[in-house]
Write a protein that binds this ligand. Structure first.
Ligand code: C2E
Ligand code: MG
Ligand code: MG
Length: 249
């Protein structure tokens, strides 16, 4: 029972309200304290333990999302990260199916995030897996976009819904001309492929403004919220809803 999930809101660029959350796993070790996923996910991938961890994360995330839907926040989407090893296993389809069935969450509310390098590594196999997942009704997102090597012809063939622009480009947005140009190019590419864009790692008002100018669809980052426990996120949703009701009256 040392693993737990935190949730980071994903913010609509126009209305600046929470449209979804990303589930992020954490490990609270009794002696070593909090261990970030960057440290243990690669090791879990190597040892194969990721299969069980990943399934646990998915089930927890679906149950939490369903609980939020039942509390009235029924448009909220939940994103779950899928590792390289998980994605390579045909069994992933069963795992996703069962997590949805057992929680009662509708497939459209679940987004699976797969990093660019994982899908591009063996793109032919990836197309098959992505299509099968898509067929179940879940949404698909390419994580850390721009950091790996992408074949544009594959990008066109993948049945994906969302591109997440990696935070390394967002960090120097407006400061570094090259990164600003890359963000501009990714936005143009995503638009022409009719993909939703999410900017990761938005930490400042200036970055947010520049991304709004680029017509980025959604934001995630410390400027809005760090990843937080489910109770804190529930409070945020309630606050936003009160705000909306106040504006209506
Ligand atoms: P990711 O999926 O790209 O998640 C975004 C990471 O950026 C998270 O780090 C988040 O806390 C961090 N972040 C969010 N906003 C900001 C910001 O404004 N500035 C900065 N500097 N960072 C920000 P986290 O939680 O440490 O996760 C790191 C990576 O570990 C994730 O990257 C993901 O690849 C992996 N990961 C996390 N949870 C899971 C999981 O349940 N399963 C798998 N397979 N991988 C996971
Ligand atoms: Mg992610
Ligand atoms: Mg990312």
């Amino acid at each position: 029972d040392q693993l737990f999930l935190q949730f980071q809101p994903c913010i609509d660029a126009a209305g600046l309200h929470t449209t979804g959350v990303e589930a992020l796993v954490r490990w609270r070790h009794p002696e070593r304290g909090l261990i970030p996923p960057d440290r243990f996910i690669p090791i879990a991938d190597e040892s194969g333990l990721i299969v069980d961890i990943g399934e646990w994360v998915l089930r927890q995330a679906c149950h939490q999302a369903k609980a939020w839907h039942d509390q009235g926040y029924d448009d909220l989407t939940i994103s779950v990260n899928v590792s390289a090893v998980q994605f390579a296993q045909p069994r992933l389809l069963d795992v996703v199916n069962r997590a949805l069935a057992d929680s009662g969450l509708r497939p459209q509310a679940l987004t699976l995030e797969i990093t660019e390098s994982v899908v591009m590594h063996d793109a032919e196999t990836a197309v098959g897996m992505l299509r099968a997942l898509k067929h179940m009704g879940v949404k698909l997102s390419i994580d850390d976009f721009g950091t790996g090597y992408s074949s544009l012809s594959y990008l066109k063939r993948f049945p994906i819904d969302i591109l997440k622009i990696d935070k390394s480009f967002v960090r120097t947005l407006g400061v570094n001309e090259e990164d600003t140009a890359i963000v501009h190019a990714i936005m143009a590419l995503a638009k022409s492929l009719r993909l939703t864009t999410i900017a990761e790692g938005v930490e400042s008002e200036m970055q947010m403004k520049l991304l709004q100018k680029e017509q980025c669809d959604r934001f995630q980052g410390f400027h809005f919220s760090r990843p937080v426990d489910s109770e804190i996120l529930t409070e945020r949703l309630a606050r936003e809803q009160l705000g909306r009701q106040a504006r209506l009256h």
